[in-house]
Design a binder for this molecule. Structure first.
Ligand code: HEM
Length: 402
């Protein structure tokens, strides 16, 4: 099958439960031209090279048209040097090197949140791991980090679901319809966040949003109001949709391999390695769509012409046998798990330390407390998105909560 039809098949919902054989076919042509003139990159070394290539832009036209009528792009859609200024200002409030302890300070709070969620499981019976566990946890964490009131969380769930749907193209559907719907959701979210900053900026115990708004000392700062709103939306959405999928993919992967579930229960210290291997084996962000070529780029025996749209199939690179031995084996003991699950280069995931810690805590506590867990549906029903891929529901039966 040619690369062009393969990419359509990958985006097709019927392939969601197991896209990996299709990625293996795609890798036969590391850089393949699609029927619409765009390019798909599927092998590890080519992906890594392009993720670090300054001739690849994130400010792609389609993206700007989708959102730009109302808002400037967030920093995920900017190139250096503008990207580095906004990312740098946000980073000052978030993690190293300026506030290295902020995330690890949250460990106790995260453990308490997980404990409460598990305590609320029915004493014996069934749960949906997504709705009862994987979803509410990261939402709570990101809302606390940003300073968003927890009671507003249901609103965010709706907005986040709508935004994820809007970046998920479906074959045969006009993508502009979805992108317009996404723009409308962003507008609602923007108004909400603007109100929040207006009303809460004076709060002394404010979260990251309020501190960002008041960061007058930083070089290049502070962010303008519109930059702040757009950054907040990015953090809110990027900060939980992906983490939900990492946790749900993790539970699924471990329940399919009861020896690994048992091992994490006995050896909680392997959690960091296990989470890294999960990010390689079942990465929540499978594909980065819509990068653009600023020049002709020769790679993988192909010339990507200037102006082309480029899709980076990260999840395929993570299973590339030229990079990983036995790539289809889940093996937390592999000596070197340098996966592409968080991307790479200037746009590499800003929230990686937070996402890692959340998944480590969530999985370690769940394996300790669920007695005799069993998957009730394998494969489970998946979310529609091929890009941010994960189960929509994950029904699990167990004997008791320990
Ligand atoms: C960027 C994955 C969690 C915030 C990225 C990128 C990937 C990714 C692949 C690169 C996108 C690109 O190159 O265009 C993930 C995964 C996560 C996760 C798999 C969870 C398992 C988070 C969290 C936050 C976050 C918790 C925030 C609190 C961001 C931001 C960017 C980003 C702001 C843009 C960085 C930039 O453009 O400089 N993430 N992410 N992510 N992520 Fe994450």
């Amino acid at each position: 099958m040619g690369g062009e039809t393969l990419m359509r098949k990958i985006l097709d919902y019927g392939s969601r439960a197991d896209p990996y054989p299709l990625y293996a076919e795609l890798r036969r042509t590391p850089v393949s031209r699609q029927e619409d003139g765009s390019y798909a990159v599927s092998t590890y070394h080519e992906l890594l090279a392009l993720l670090h290539d300054p001739r690849i832009t994130s400010t792609h036209k389609d993206r700007e048209e989708a959102f730009g009528g109302q808002f400037p792009p967030s920093f995920i859609g900017m190139d250096p040097p503008e990207h580095d200024r906004v990312r740098g200002l946000a980073m000052r409030q978030f993690g190293p090197p300026h506030s290295p302890h902020r995330i690890h300070d949250m460990r106790g709070e995260m453990e308490a949140t997980i404990r409460e969620l598990i305590d609320a499981f029915p004493a014996g019976g069934e749960i949906d791991v997504v709705d009862a566990f994987a979803y509410p946890f990261p939402v709570t964490v990101i809302c606390r980090l940003l300073g968003v009131p927890h009671e507003d969380e249901p609103k965010f769930r709706t907005w986040a679901d709508e935004l994820v749907a809007s970046i998920d193209p479906r074959p045969g559907e006009d993508p502009s319809v979805r992108l317009r719907e996404g723009a409308e959701t962003r507008r609602e979210l923007a108004l909400y966040i603007n109100d929040l900053i207006e009303n809460g900026a004076g709060r002394s115990d404010g979260g990251m949003l309020f501190r960002l708004a008041a960061d007058h000392d930083a070089e290049g700062g502070p962010l303008s109001r519109v930059e702040l709103v757009v950054t907040a939306i990015l953090l809110l959405i990027a900060g939980h949709e992906t983490t939900v999928n990492l946790i749900a993919n993790g539970v699924l992967t471990l329940l399919r391999r009861p020896d690994q579930w048992e091992r994490l229960r006995r050896e909680p210290e392997i959690a960091p390695r296990l989470v890294e291997e999960l990010l390689r084996f079942e990465p929540p962000a499978q594909i980065i769509l819509q990068r653009g070529a600023l020049a002709d780029i020769e790679i993988g025996g192909v010339t990507i012409p200037e102006g082309s749209v480029v899709a980076m199939v990260l999840a395929s690179g993570n299973r590339d046998p030229k990079r990983f031995t036995d790539p289809d084996e889940f093996d937390p003991d592999r000596p070197d798990i340098e996966h592409l699950g968080f991307g790479s280069g200037v746009h590499s995931c800003f929230g990686a330390p937070l996402a890692r810690l959340e998944a480590q805590i969530a999985l370690t506590q769940l394996v300790r407390r669920l007695d005799n867990p069993r998957l009730l549906a394998d494969p489970p029903p998946y979310r529609s998105s091929a890009v941010l891929r994960g189960p929509r529901h994950l029904p699990v039966a167990f004997d008791r909560v320990l």
